[in-house]
Design a protein around this ligand. Structure first.
Ligand code: PMP
Length: 425
């Protein structure tokens, strides 16, 4: 038997040596010790079906052998030099990305985290436009650095008491009465109002997630981003699309914005690109890239190990047709959740695209069912399934599994979810 510390001791050490801001899920959390594709194992040997993928990171599965081989080979050969020396994986990855990025997006600046990529994208928008301010959507989450936290609307993720006032927030497409079309129209109207009141000459870019992840899997209607892009373009304001959580086959397309048939000016990627290895990037076309001329580098950004891993990730997604798989299983998951919704009306809404799906739970009086959401999460964990949760009221069950799950896994999830719901409602 391995000599694991166990959940209680880990919690004690967290309290003593980490910060109080570092929180965890569950009243009785397991110690996770091993991963194998869509499964995780705890220190007691219990197996879990992972339906959150470390927040949309492990799209190709935990410890995927094909990807590991590329990482380990690279680790044994050359780990790190930084960009002052010439190495091949970083340029091979950039070239490969240029082949799959939408439209004429072709240049990548590699860094390590989603926050860093978004911070870079905001900087790039300022450099290109010569303008200072930004628009972001309600319920957004773009990161932990100063500017990205300033463009983050979710109150619990705005820790800094003196964030920048260069950001104006507008309505997102969430609708309390589920009239998505009206909510999306209202969102565009508020964008227009902000541009008029602040002046287009002050606003560099609008930053948005195609589907808001932490905001509650808020999924705009299919026409939304096209009209948003046209509106911004008429005022020479850039559109930055944050694909940190939605990217790399999760929504049935390589990038979620492709479902909306729109080419952003700047796009950011992270999380699933490295399948657990830290790598991120902001990406753009020739014209915008040309405005970033002062020297800049991220010490670890796109180093040989993370770049080789990312190339293996992209190869794996292609070879195993994960886009189609996510689309197919996403449809099954969605229709099964709609079936459950008919049985349990407290499931107020089911939304999302592909394998990025949310189920919003409300109490009878219309308030967010936060405690019930926690109960269901705990029940499912005990039954061997790890789900996510998000939304402003922490009342949206988040289904974002590794894209290598099977139909059987979805059936197992739905059966167990049904049992858990029957204990609450
Ligand atoms: N953008 C989005 C949409 C995210 O979901 C997150 C993190 N959950 C970030 C940015 C920040 O990424 P990171 O934690 O890698 O800095």
């Amino acid at each position: 038997m391995d000599n694991y510390l166990g959940p209680q001791k880990i919690i004690e050490k967290k309290k003593e040596f980490l910060f109080p801001c570092s929180q965890h899920f569950y009243k009785n959390p397991p110690q996770i010790v091993r991963g194998e594709m869509q499964y995780l194992y705890d220190s007691e040997g219990k197996k879990y079906l992972d339906f959150f993928a470390g927040v949309s990171v492990m799209n190709c599965g935990h410890c995927n052998p094909e990807i590991l081989e590329a990482s380990i080979n690279q680790m044994k050969t050359l780990q790190h030099t930084t960009t002052i020396y010439l190495t091949q994986p970083i340029v091979d990855l950039a070239e490969k990305l240029s082949q799959i990025l939408p439209g004429a997006i072709k240049h990548s600046f590699f860094c390590s985290t989603g926050s860093e990529a978004n911070e870079g994208a905001l900087l790039l928008a300022r450099l290109y436009t010569g303008k200072n301010d930004f628009i972001a959507l309600n319920n957004s989450l773009h990161g932990r650095t100063y500017l990205t936290m300033s463009t983050t609307a979710i109150p619990m993720w705005r820790a800094d008491p003196s964030l920048s006032d260069c950001v104006s927030f507008v309505s997102n497409t969430y609708s309390k009465d589920k009239n998505l079309e009206d909510a999306a129209n209202e969102s565009l109207n508020t964008v227009q109002r902000v541009i008029k009141s602040k002046g287009a000459e002050t606003i560099a870019a609008l930053i948005a997630e195609p589907i808001q992840g932490n905001g509650g899997i808020i999924t705009p209607p299919y026409w939304y981003f096209k009209r948003l892009k046209d509106l911004l373009e008429s005022y020479e304001i850039l559109l930055i699309i944050d694909e940190v959580q939605t990217g790399f086959a999760r929504t049935g397309k390589m990038f979620a914005i492709e479902n909306y048939d729109v080419v952003p000016d700047i796009m950011t990627v992270a999380k699933a690109l490295g399948n657990g290895m830290p790598i991120s990037a902001f990406c753009t076309n020739d014209k915008i890239a040309a405005s970033f001329t002062k020297p800049s580098a991220s010490t670890l950004g796109g180093n040989p190990v993370s770049a080789s891993t990312a190339i293996a990730v992209l190869d794996y997604i292609e070879k195993h047709n994960l886009c189609n798989h996510a689309e197919k299983l996403g449809k099954k998951l969605y229709s099964e959740l709609i079936r459950l919704q008919k049985k349990y009306p407290n499931i107020y809404d089911v939304r999302g695209i592909g394998l990025m799906v949310g189920a919003e739970l409300l109490k009878e009086n219309g308030e967010p069912a936060s405690e019930e959401t926690d109960f269901i999460l705990e029940e499912l964990k005990d039954r061997g399934i790890l789900l996510g949760k998000n939304g402003l009221g922490r009342n949206v069950l988040a289904f974002q599994p590794p894209l290598v799950i099977t139909e059987k896994d979805v059936d197992f999830l739905i059966d167990e979810l049904d049992r858990a719901f029957s204990r609450v409602y």
